[in-house]
Design a protein around this ligand. Structure first.
Ligand SMILES: C[S@@+](CC[C@H](N)C(=O)[O-])C[C@H]1O[C@@H](n2cnc3c(N)ncnc32)[C@H](O)[C@@H]1O
Length: 213
């Protein structure tokens, strides 16, 4: 699993690396551009939204939303990623912090129309993912939505088939979403696949029902 320092070192080459595997339509970034584009379209249906980006990286998604009138908040633990993203969106509220420890204090002071996380939450194991998503749901505005774009599969059998095909390329340290399993905790979770190995998961706060944790 890459740590803070690993992401600092990857920051300069990150956009290019992603572009190459997206264009080749291979694991892990097959579908990346389409996924970010679709999340962008969804958010822009509510102009001027307050958007929290978890693990914003070089700011590929949030900078575009920023340029188009959204107020951007974000948390990432890599100084170099923060530096790169801040240069693209000087007025954004970007904070350094490890999301395995939850949201940093300043980001807990408001609620958001959208909380987005693209290719970042696979750095948490399944138990921590569920706990963090539960925490994030409490920071949504009414009608707010969590949108996760990531390596994801409907079933564990689909994940295993992809692992087999990827061979040595498969990253054993990353923990990818298996939608059917996460649905046991979040029954309202919805999933749209964008490639054979990735898609968008969306979640809204269902205030009328207790979540079975
Ligand atoms: C693969 S990049 C994705 C960046 C961007 N969201 C995108 O879609 O291109 C993952 C990002 O999450 C950040 N990250 C990974 N684990 C983290 C953690 N535990 N706490 C905070 N940020 C983390 C990394 O620094 C990096 O910027």
């Amino acid at each position: 699993m890459l740590d803070k320092r690993g992401f600092d070192l990857w920051a300069d080459g990150y956009d290019k690396d992603v572009e190459i595997t997206d264009e080749k339509d291979t694991y892990p970034f097959a579908g990346y551009r389409e996924i970010l584009g679709s999340i962008y379209e969804t958010v822009m249906k509510r102009p001027g939204s307050a958007v929290l980006d978890i693990g914003f990286g070089t700011g590929t998604l949030s900078a575009k939303l920023y340029e188009n009138g959204c107020t951007i908040y974000g948390q990432d633990f890599s100084e170099k990623m923060i530096e790169t993203a801040s240069a693209k969106m000087p007025g954004a509220h970007l904070y350094q912090g490890d999301f395995s420890q939850g949201l940093v204090g300043p980001l807990r002071k408001q609620n958001y129309d959208f909380i987005v996380a693209t290719y970042s939450l696979h750095h948490l194991n399944d138990e921590w993912k569920a706990a963090f998503l539960n925490e994030l749901l409490d920071f949504l505005k009414e009608d707010g939505m969590i949108l996760i774009g990531d390596v994801a599969f409907r079933t564990r059998a689909e994940l295993n088939a992809c692992r087999e095909e990827a061979g040595d390329e498969w990253d054993e340290e990353e923990v990818y979403f298996v939608v059917d399993e996460l649905k046991e905790i979040f029954p309202d979770l919805s999933f749209t696949p964008y490639s054979y190995c990735a898609g968008i998961l969306s979640l809204t706060e269902n205030r009328s029902e207790e979540r079975p944790l």
